[in-house]
Design a protein around this ligand. Structure first.
Ligand code: GLA
Ligand code: CA
Length: 688
């Protein structure tokens, strides 16, 4: 099959030895970014300054929750909490211990597909999943942790230790924590996640965790609250980062397991669909539980009465009784946040910056807007699988072969006027031409290791020719040898104006160098499915955390496993046909994961950056800063919280300790004085 495809591709391309006539200019280093200071520096602390696990003499809850206890409908708060709950320290709270009540009104562009996150269902993003699932470790708040103490924060895993040889990691779960329906949280849940979600080839969790994500560790339970992972290599510390959102966030095995085919469930498809979006009160470990879903209108979450975190005064968290998610568009999130009808936005679509800045500058503005570092970046990824991933047609396969040629990738980069592309989104000191790879301004970035093929139309055309492409029929577009114009399909996510604008810019610029590109714009889950199934020639991606932090989601920096890399995955038989530069990247990333020596790690990332950018593993487009917009009535929003770093701001700001002072509460709860009902029952319940 593979041979046939390659032969067909060669035919289509009419590969021949072209004499390269025109000169290709030499690469440079990237231009420096315009100065743009982040507004608000984090207060740097150690992890232990944020929280600890300990028993307190007594605990409190909202009076209306106590009424459920008094009515015999809920055990007393002390019995609902773990033996040693997580205690957030007052000194680390920007505004101190909070008060109960009020709601955070989010607006999102996604839609919940269903609640089986572990079988790949999306909740609609914008922080719904971050509010519902909790993970063994936590990394969002690391933006404020001192460099010397930089390692994931404990969460459902309250502690862990490595064996002397570094090959066994022992993890201790918080003892006696409960799911939002009161069922115990134990290693039955972590075991189910590991063995029946990650290790079951028929189940693809939303964030795509696989054996490689956990360094090929083997899972074993020790007791109800302790498990071990045993690895073939020593000290794969990246595993601790991959225990944070959105991977090792176990699901409720007491409701998931009976639906899993291995334990009597009908089949994998039924397992995935067992908890559709109209299934209410799905058990969670997060601070809030979904109690209402009106399609295309709103999702409402109410406080989880079993939440396992408290403040130093013993107040059970969260402080906010309700979370709302208006189902609208991402652009509307910005508009509503600055207008004060919504409470929160990650201002990340550069087209909205000028208007949002203008509105927020008004002292009477209901919302506070604060820019952070330049961590929003977009890359064009050519599909580098030549192995049949995504089952391309013969034409598609021919494009894969071109994608695998460095001359062709150089043509794309030389053809990309990144300055113009950035300016088309927003003028001013925001965007910077981005060569690809690690972002300028981040800790592992090294400018001198960054190779930049800048905009130069003549070099782009010469590179196309070097890749064997000429305009044989003289209509201005290069042809497939002896045939029609080459036509590359560019996949983009159409829920975001920015993604679409960038894609349209790419189509226009490629047209200018004689390369015909056609846009395929898909929404939400259709885009995700096409991306993950490899059904594209080129794709535009808003990049993940690994290119910012390196330590979070490290395995995704290269095709380190069959399905971890965005633009190169294995075919049906598990085969990866890595290019030489990809092999080098895999090697560097694996060495990085295996190294505990800071100097060596920094050197390895210089090598990574060189190999990535010199070979154009992806073609960077533009990078710019995002701004966090939060309504001014909220307290405990940490200074300098970036909208995106180790995770999104919805995690970074630690929403379970965010509160609204009593005199500022707006009375906007949709289901006041109610708690989540039984899993699968209709909705929230009140005390009567
Ligand atoms: C979407 C949004 C981001 C952020 C994340 C959270 O991707 O675009 O701003 O809210 O969801 O998962
Ligand atoms: Ca032509």
């Amino acid at each position: 099959m593979m041979i046939q495809r390659a032969a067909m591709a060669a035919l289509l391309l009419g590969v021949s030895a072209y004499a390269v006539s025109a000169e290709v200019m030499a690469p440079t280093t990237p231009p420096d970014a315009p100065k743009f200071d982040a507004q608000g520096e984090p207060v740097f602390v150690n992890r232990a300054d944020v929280a600890e696990f300990k028993a307190l003499p007594s605990y409190n809850e909202p009076a209306w929750v106590k009424a459920f206890v008094d009515a015999g409908k809920l055990p007393p708060v002390a019995e609902r909490l773990p033996k040693e709950p997580m205690v957030y320290k007052t000194a680390n709270m920007p505004d101190g211990n909070g008060v109960y009540g009020d709601v955070m009104r989010h607006v999102i562009g996604g839609r919940p597909e269903g609640w089986n996150f572990w079988a790949g269902q999306s909740y609609g993003w914008g922080g719904i999943d971050i509010a519902l699932v909790e993970c063994l470790t936590r990394t969002g708040p690391l933006f404020q942790i001192n460099a010397a103490d930089l390692t994931p924060m404990p969460n459902l895993a309250k502690s862990w230790e490595w064996s002397e040889d570094g090959k066994t990691l022992t993890v201790h779960l918080v003892e006696g924590a409960k799911w939002s329906d009161g069922a115990p949280f134990t290693t039955a849940d972590t075991e189910f996640y590991f063995n029946d979600v990650v290790m079951d080839e028929n189940v693809t969790p939303l964030m795509g965790a696989s054996a490689a994500t956990y360094a090929d560790g083997v899972y074993a339970n020790v007791d109800d609250f302790t498990f071990t992972l045993t690895f073939p290599t020593a000290f794969p510390e990246s595993v601790l980062y991959n225990m944070a959102y959105g991977n090792f966030c176990p699901g409720p095995s007491h409701v998931l397991k009976p639906q899993h085919p291995k334990y009597g469930g009908k089949d994998y498809d039924s397992f995935q669909k067992a908890f559709p979006a109209d299934y209410m009160n799905f058990p969670v470990m997060g601070g809030w539980t979904v109690v209402e879903h009106r399609p295309d209108d709103v999702v409402v979450l109410r406080r989880n009465p079993y939440y396992w975190k408290v403040d130093e005064a013993g107040n059970q968290l969260p402080y906010l009784d309700e979370m709302q998610y208006r189902l609208s568009t991402w652009g509307d999130r910005d508009v509503q946040a600055v207008a004060g009808t919504g409470d929160f936005s990650n201002l990340e679509q550069a087209e909205n910056y000028v208007e949002a800045l203008k509105k927020a500058a008004d002292p009477a503005s209901p919302a506070k807007l604060a820019f952070g570092p330049r961590t929003i970046g977009y890359t064009l990824y050519p599909n580098l699988s030549g192995n049949g991933w995504g089952e391309p047609s013969a034409e598609g396969q021919a494009i894969r072969e071109l994608n695998r040629s460095l001359d062709f990738r150089k043509a794309i980069s030389y053809g990309m006027d990144r300055q113009r592309l950035g300016d088309s989104l927003v003028k001013g000191p925001f965007t910077v031409p981005y060569p690809g790879g690690l972002y300028a301004g981040t800790s592992y970035y090294d400018k001198d290791s960054t190779v930049f093929y800048p905009y130069d139309a003549a070099s782009a055309k010469a590179s196309l020719e070097a890749a064997g492409l000429t305009d044989s029929d003289g209509d201005g577009f290069v042809n497939v040898a002896g045939g029609a114009n080459l036509n590359v399909t560019l996949l983009t996510q159409s829920d975001y104006t920015t993604d679409k604008n960038l894609a349209e810019g790419v189509v226009a610029m490629m047209g200018e160098i004689g390369l015909k590109v056609t846009l395929s714009a898909l929404t939400g889950k259709d885009f995700d499915n096409a991306r993950d199934a490899g059904k594209y020639d080129w794709i535009i991606i808003r990049n993940g955390t690994e290119l910012i932090t390196v330590v979070q989601n490290t395995t995704a920096l290269a095709p380190t496993g069959p399905s971890v890399d965005v633009n190169h995955r294995a075919n049906g038989t598990g085969e990866l046909d890595l290019l030489d530069h990809e092999k080098a990247m895999v090697d560097i990333v694996n060495k990085f994961i295996g190294s505990r020596d800071a100097a060596e790690r920094s050197d390895l990332m210089k090598q990574y950056q060189k190999v990535y950018t010199e070979n154009l593993d992806g073609i960077g487009l533009t990078a710019y800063p995002g701004a966090l917009i939060v309504n001014k009535r909220f307290a405990n929003i940490p200074a300098g919280a970036p909208i995106f770093m180790y995770n999104w701001a919805e995690d970074n700001i630690i929403r379970e300790r965010v509160f609204v002072p009593a005199d500022k509460q707006i009375g906007a709860e949709l289901h006041p004085n109610t708690l989540p009902g039984e899993p699968g029952s209709k909705g929230p319940v009140s005390v009567e």
